[in-house]
Design a protein around this ligand. Structure first.
Ligand code: HEC
Length: 135
């Protein structure tokens, strides 16, 4: 084995764990003061959750999965979406923080919906997503 080949092997072996970790690492919480200051104006009553579910099916299911588990068909296109049904996922994010993620987006995969989904509907989506961990 020549030195160049040995060097390449070491490089690949060293990079592998980092690559795998990047793939499996769950999304980080999106905490920010602006979101924490926002309070949800839409009460999480059944009608709101149902409305949120309807929007979710059209706009979000392809990545976030049928039941919000982060296993939609497009979920591996880029980042790995969180499992909304996992209580640990909630990261303690407030309704307002989730609202800002959906309105403003966070990554190229999770783009903002400002101008596409009215703000009231975004709150319905927040109420739906929050309802998933309670099941
Ligand atoms: C093209 C795929 C895609 C679509 C469509 C999509 N998302 Fe996402 N979403 C992602 C990915 C990937 C992440 C993880 C981004 C990160 O935090 O790094 C994410 C993150 C999120 C988060 C933050 C999760 C956390 O851990 O804080 C919320 C909330 C969210 N999405 C809601 C929605 C809603 C609601 C819709 C529909 C209106 C939607 N997403 C549509 C891919 C998508």
């Amino acid at each position: 084995m020549n030195l160049v080949r040995l060097f390449c092997l070491i490089l690949v072996a060293g990079a592998l764990p980092a690559l795998c970790a990047a793939q499996e690492h769950p999304a980080q919480p999106h905490t920010h003061a602006a979101g924490q200051a926002l309070s949800n104006p839409v009460e999480a009553v059944r009608e709101s959750v149902v409305k949120g579910r309807q929007l979710y099916v059209f706009e979000c299911r392809q990545c976030h999965g049928n039941r919000g588990k982060g296993d939609g068909d497009m979920s591996h296109a880029g980042g790995v979406p969180s499992d909304f049904t996992d209580a640990v996922w909630q990261h303690g994010e407030t309704d307002g923080e989730l609202f800002l993620v959906i309105r403003d987006g966070v990554t190229a995969d999770m783009q903002g919906y400002e101008g596409q989904i009215p703000e009231d509907d975004i709150w319905h989506l927040v109420n739906y997503i929050k309802s998933l961990t309670r099941r």
